[in-house]
Write a protein that binds this ligand. Structure first.
Ligand SMILES: C[C@@H](O)[C@H](N)C(=O)O
Ligand SMILES: C[C@@H](O)[C@H](N)C(=O)O
Lengths: 159, 159
């Protein structure tokens, strides 16, 4: 497609929670996220990729900044029972780049990562689908990273 | 919303590649995915969540089964230069559950994980957005997991 990238949005409303050292067997993710559901907490992104140490798994998720304490409270009993710890990071920014086949067009994700890193922003989380590439960085470089992505894909041109 | 989940799809066309032990500084993700782009490899999902050991990062991505060798060849020079290793798993299945606010409606992700784990399938990767929850499991339990999600959300009902 001529224009794999059609927009980019900056989200400063969420905090990240990293959960590490949980057992890696069926039911663990269900327990954690059912607990959040019972506490009526809306989860923006869930990411689980490569495990931690042998037979322990880890995951990150993001919630609204004003729900971090409630989220940590909700999962504490689950982590106490299963083992594992949760650590919050309130100073994140999420950049989401959207477009038809943005995730699947060869090289586009690489160009997005290059634009973000060009301003010195370290990419802390990545989640992509065919139509959306989301990266999480520290919020101090968020506006620069947003500008760099705009420039890399000519998004500041008048449409 | 009345029906946060409107569909689920099973994808058996992709393999996973885990990249571990890469440096955690700006430019690393760009190098890896630009190399894949130059090799014209389409990446289906990229997931990076919690780091590995101190100052080393890790990520998973999925490519078409028939592109695994090309993908490993493409990133080898990058990993040789930066440090890090890549390991492929060809026997994965990806279940994607879609619907308005499927990711953000409290408890829905937890119910999806519960359905998948109810058939004994271990959840190996998770990536969610507001409208899509994707989980990766081993392919031997894929059909059972698909059925369980259908049942959990009444998706086999005639619409
Ligand atoms: C590991 C990789 O994501 C690195 N943090 C980067 O910004 O490119
Ligand atoms: C860690 C967690 O995802 C676990 N593998 C599960 O299936 O629930």
């Amino acid at each position: 497609t001529e224009r794999p990238v059609t927009g980019v949005a900056l989200d400063l409303n969420h905090s990240r929670i990293n959960v590490v050292g949980v057992p890696d067997h069926p039911g663990v993710a269900a327990d954690i996220f059912m607990a959040l559901g019972h506490a009526n907490i809306s989860v923006d992104m869930i990411i689980q990729g490569v495990p931690g140490d042998a037979s322990r798994q880890q995951m990150s998720f993001t919630v609204n900044k004003d729900q971090v304490e409630d989220a940590l409270d909700a999962i504490k009993p689950v982590l106490d029972k299963l083992g594992g710890t949760a650590v919050a990071d309130p100073k994140i920014a999420k950049l989401s780049v959207v477009g038809i086949a943005v995730g699947s067009t060869p090289g586009v994700a690489g160009q997005i990562f290059e634009a973000v890193s060009s301003v010195g922003a370290n990419i802390e989380m990545i989640a992509t689908s065919e139509v959306r590439v989301s990266v999480v960085i520290q919020d101090d470089k968020a506006k620069d990273a947003l500008k760099a992505v705009h420039t890399a894909f000519n998004l500041d041109a008048v449409q």
